[in-house]
Design a protein around this ligand. Structure first.
Ligand SMILES: [Fe+2]
Length: 214
């Protein structure tokens, strides 16, 4: 590729001679500008706390009404409101809002029977044998979180963790591993595993399958 073509690619008006080094710098600078604009656009997004598709009492006995009300009404709403009001760390609040919306919307009342089926089931069974194997893998991965964070499944069935409230677009099914999520299970030694086993029973697999269709 000649210099003129490179200049065009970098969006540079050829007012001065360019070396390949400063063309590289100019391309990098232009990329940074484009990324800044993308970030700015996402910053201007107004977030909302999505309404729960069940009553706050309906996740019991996996999650108590008290736990859900505090976690949803106070903590989850807090991320959304602080982000929209431009208070505190924007990345942290943006991630917190996104992750909590995904978390709450993927659950169903504890009394509803499991609808484990479809593409989610195929993906999980292919990777972990069955739901039990998947749950064990989630617990194992969740134990690697240092401090606060989330364990999640990607669209391809990989299990990963993300620290604090770091949102990533690959997150399909996130499970909150901050201590405020599993207060109902503390002080049991196996609080985290019992909590994850409970959450898996609450998963609305239709909701997960709908996310996979996007
Ligand atoms: Fe949380």
């Amino acid at each position: 590729m000649d210099l003129d073509a490179l200049r065009k690619l970098a969006g540079i008006t050829p007012t001065k001679p360019l070396t390949s080094l400063n063309i590289d710098q100019a391309i990098a600078e232009r990329r940074r500008e484009m990324m800044k604009n993308v970030m700015k656009e996402s910053r201007e997004e107004t977030l909302e706390l999505q309404k729960l598709p069940y009553k706050t009492s309906e996740l019991a006995p996996v999650l108590s009404k008290e736990n859900v009300e505090y976690h949803y009404n106070i903590l989850s709403a807090g991320y959304v409101n602080r982000y929209n009001n431009k208070e505190g760390d924007a990345d942290f609040n943006y991630g917190g809002a996104k992750l909590h919306n995904l978390f709450w919307q993927q659950l169903k009342p504890a009394k509803q029977s499991s609808n484990y089926d479809g593409y989610a089931k195929q993906t999980i069974d292919a990777n972990y044998g069955d739901l039990k194997g998947f749950t064990e893998a989630l617990v194992k991965e969740a134990m690697t979180i240092q401090g606060s964070g989330w364990v999640y499944m990607t669209k391809t069935g990989t299990i990963k963790t993300t620290p604090n409230q770091s949102y990533k677009t690959e997150i399909l099914m996130p499970i909150d591993m901050w201590e405020h999520s599993f207060t109902d299970y503390i002080p049991a030694k196996d609080a985290k595993s019992k909590y994850i086993e409970g959450i898996i029973k609450l998963i609305d697999w239709d909701a997960i399958n709908r996310r996979l269709e996007v």
